[in-house]
Ligand binder design. Structure first.
Ligand code: PLP
Length: 452
């Protein structure tokens, strides 16, 4: 174990917690960084050291840390009605107001909302909802989901099966057999020599079609994807990709599910990334920036067609037997309302589009660096992929070695990024200023110099 005072918070953390997404044995050696407080785009550890939070926590703290209006909104709701459920026809004001507001914001006329606590629960709910709907409309065979390699949809049993990353499946006996994966729309890594972005998109759409035909269109219920992939490495698809895959889905009566858990609320420079790529989803999943993650909350927005199918089942089955004790929690939904007020009043989605250009341009200045394979991103989400050999795009061996080193070294420079393998991801709070972006990039440059 590292040299920490007995009974310190560090020692107790090592003794008592199993951390998500953490190498347990390594954690016993190095211990935690204990984040104590936050202010704007900065967080501070328990020794008082300042870090610029270039990941907005986990892609989520849109309005920044220490936003008093959210604290007050939570306190007001706590005092008035700290908890009530939404089962058996019960309701409360904050969840009603938020559902209405989200429907008014939603793309493609999506008209109904179901609340969960997390993105994973939301995607598990999507799976169950689609199964229930297809049973209801007399298509009980239509149950398979198709997602993409490197897609991320969460870690529960169904959502973890939709996810296309080995780390979430190795050792967990996932994916479930009815979850199928097709190619990842990342041109730099997956295109063939000389293939244009457009030809690459066409090939992926053809691959999706072949997969649907191989499985049998009568068995394929839905296609799910993040418009811009986040946790898989910030992967922006070719401009024509979504148009092409949607055509295929419509041809075979396959529902389109847009997972905007990261993308939603201005992250990619438009309110929803569906607008950027002209995606017309049957189902939209949102979370994270919905409350700036001050409270756990996710929402599924879906079409009237799906709602009517589910509602018609009332005569056969009675209640829709799905929901969480804290679905639409009053404090979480009240905080979401206040958070959306702040985002709108301060023009944070517009800010993300403007300062996002600066982030993208500043990072692209590193494109010629010998360790940099690709700089990519859109709006206020970006990544720099580090490679062992720029010419051949060869990855480091072992994969992730340099990313992990960068992540640690970044802390020395007061920089919090996310290392996805050897890809360095950036997703700062939407409140970030141009000057603070330059500070992120300067700390990035210093860290890169250290690991050269
Ligand atoms: N979907 C996407 C696109 C995500 O990025 C995430 C989390 O990062 C999830 C779903 C899962 O959300 P949660 O961690 O809240 O379960």
């Amino acid at each position: 174990m590292m040299n920490v005072a007995l009974n310190s918070l560090h020692a107790r953390d090592i003794t008592y917690q199993l951390h998500p997404y953490t190498n347990a044995r390594r954690h016993e050696e190095v211990g935690p960084i204990i984040i104590d407080r936050g202010e704007g785009v900065y967080v501070y550890d328990d020794s008082g050291k300042q870090y610029i939070e270039a990941m907005a926590g986990l892609w989520s703290v849109a309005v920044g840390f220490g936003e008093k209006r959210l604290v007050d909104a939570a306190a007001r709701q706590m005092a008035k009605l700290p908890y009530y459920h939404t089962f058996s026809g019960k309701a409360h004001e904050p969840s009603i107001l938020l559902a209405e507001r989200l429907v008014k914001m939603a793309p493609n006329g999506l008209s109904r909302v179901f609340f969960t606590n997390s993105g994973s629960e939301a995607n598990d709910t999507v799976v169950k909802m689609v199964w229930y709907y297809n049973n209801a409309i007399g298509k009980p065979e239509k149950k398979k989901f198709i997602s993409r390699i490197s897609g991320y949809h969460g870690i529960t049993i169904a959502s973890g099966s939709l996810t296309g990353l080995p780390i979430n499946q190795r050792g967990f006996d996932l994916p479930l057999p009815m979850m199928k994966h097709v190619g990842c729309p990342h041109h730099y890594r997956w295109s063939e020599p000389g293939e244009t972005e457009e030809a690459f998109a066409d090939r992926l759409a053809a691959e999706l079609e072949a997969k649907i035909l191989e499985e049998g269109p009568e068995t394929v219920a839905a296609f799910i994807g993040e418009p811009v992939m986040g946790a898989g490495g910030v992967l922006v698809p070719p401009a024509t990709y979504w148009e092409k895959v949607q055509e295929v889905c419509r041809r075979y009566d396959v529902l389109v599910v847009a997972d905007e858990v990261i993308n939603g609320f201005g992250r990619t420079g438009t309110k929803f990334a569906c607008e950027r790529f002209n995606i017309k989803p049957d189902i939209l999943v949102i979370s994270k920036q919905l409350t700036s993650s001050y409270q756990p909350l996710a929402a599924i927005l879906f079409s009237d067609k799906i709602y009517q199918g589910i509602a018609d089942q009332s005569a056969e089955i009675g209640s829709f037997g799905h929901g969480f004790t804290t679905s639409g929690h009053p404090v979480a939904t009240a905080v979401a309302m206040e958070n959306l007020d702040i985002i709108e009043e301060r023009g944070l989605m517009e800010n993300a589009a403007i300062v996002g250009e600066v982030l993208q341009a500043e990072l692209r200045r590193f494109a010629d660096h010998p360790l940099v394979g690709e700089v990519r991103g859109v709006g206020l989400i970006a990544a720099v992929e580090l490679v062992a050999d720029k010419a051949t795009k060869a990855k480091f061996d072992p994969f992730g070695k340099v990313g992990a080193k960068f992540f640690q070294q970044g802390h020395e420079h007061g920089l919090i990024i996310r290392a996805i393998g050897d890809t360095i991801a950036f997703c700062p709070p939407l409140i970030i200023t141009e000057e603070q972006i330059r500070e992120v990039v300067s700390r990035f440059a210093r860290t890169l110099k250290d690991i050269e």
